[in-house]
Design a protein around this ligand. Structure first.
Ligand code: ZN
Length: 284
């Protein structure tokens, strides 16, 4: 039986919660909030010191904004959510499927030390390092295994989604720490939604083939007849299930980064002249 995107999106838990601390707004998964062994979040524009068009919590280091502002924003985020600025390590993404294993010797990399090697996912079992990724319409995969106390965080644009970075992340936790996918809990961060994510029809069709899911896209009509609209969140659920994570252990945060202008930066909406959100995941 092929996968059914409509069924998966309607029947997978959708549990985003907006929380605010010291003026810094983040989106959290209710399920992951109930895990005492970790802290996590997906930031919004709210909080921070950035001026327009980066207002006001830009955490992306590849934009045309001074690094001291961005570091100040990391400090603001750390202060608001009980994290340590010194312990953060930021992925240097390349829209691939490479995953780095970190420990506390990597603290500060990409923020106040030299960048990490290129990768899109990070794993650790060390509570002394906070995993960080950056996002502008791209989703995040958060995975936690309670038994082995190991975590994984990944940046997933459409390319990473297509290359199954979420599945690779679960497989790496299994290979590296002996985590059993049947016990893992996973959450998928906000991203551009299936109504807004327009691509060439051919690309949409290759998503359907890759994920064995004919309804993962819908065809455009009229002058958009050569376009397709892809449900990236369905691709996320399918690859996590293909890794062996039960659907009951998966949560989505189905907020659209392109439509929620007040909450999110969006590359599709605003081009390069905008900031980035960040995701964080840490063992506590
Ligand atoms: Zn949308």
């Amino acid at each position: 039986m092929p996968n059914n995107a409509k069924f998966l999106l309607e029947n997978t838990k959708n549990d985003p919660v907006y929380v605010e601390s010291s003026g810094v707004g983040v989106i959290r998964s209710e399920r992951l909030m109930n895990e005492p062994g970790i802290t996590h979040g997906f930031t919004t524009r709210r909080g921070g010191v950035s001026k327009p068009p980066f207002d006001s919590l830009n955490l992306g280091t590849s934009r045309d904004e001074p690094m001291w502002n961005i570091r100040a924003n990391y400090r603001v985020l750390a202060g608001a959510y009980g994290l340590s600025y010194e312990e953060m390590a930021l992925v240097r993404h390349e829209h691939g499927d490479k995953i780095l294993k970190l420990d506390k010797s990597f603290c500060g990399r990409g923020i106040y030390r030299e960048p990490l090697d290129f990768s899109d996912g990070l794993v650790t079992n060390d509570p002394g390092v906070t995993l960080m990724t950056c996002h502008a319409d791209c989703s995040a995969f958060f995975i936690y295994d309670r038994a082995t106390r190991s975590i994984g965080l990944a940046h997933a644009g459409w390319k990473g989604m297509y290359k199954r970075i979420g599945q690779r992340l679960a497989e790496r936790l299994q290979a590296e720490y002996g985590a059993d996918p049947a016990d893992m809990v996973a959450a998928v961060g906000p991203c551009i939604c299936e109504n807004c994510f327009e691509v060439e029809l051919e690309l949409a069709q290759s998503f359907a083939r890759e994920f064995d899911c004919p309804d993962i896209y819908r065809e455009g009509t009229g002058e958009k007849a050569d376009k397709g609209y892809v449900a990236l969140q369905a691709a996320a659920v399918i690859q996590l299930m293909d890794a062996g994570i039960p659907r009951d252990n998966i949560s989505l945060m189905r907020l659209c980064t392109m439509e929620e202008k007040e909450l999110f930066y969006s590359y599709r909406r605003d081009g390069k002249n905008t900031g980035s959100m960040a995701a964080f995941l840490k063992l506590v």
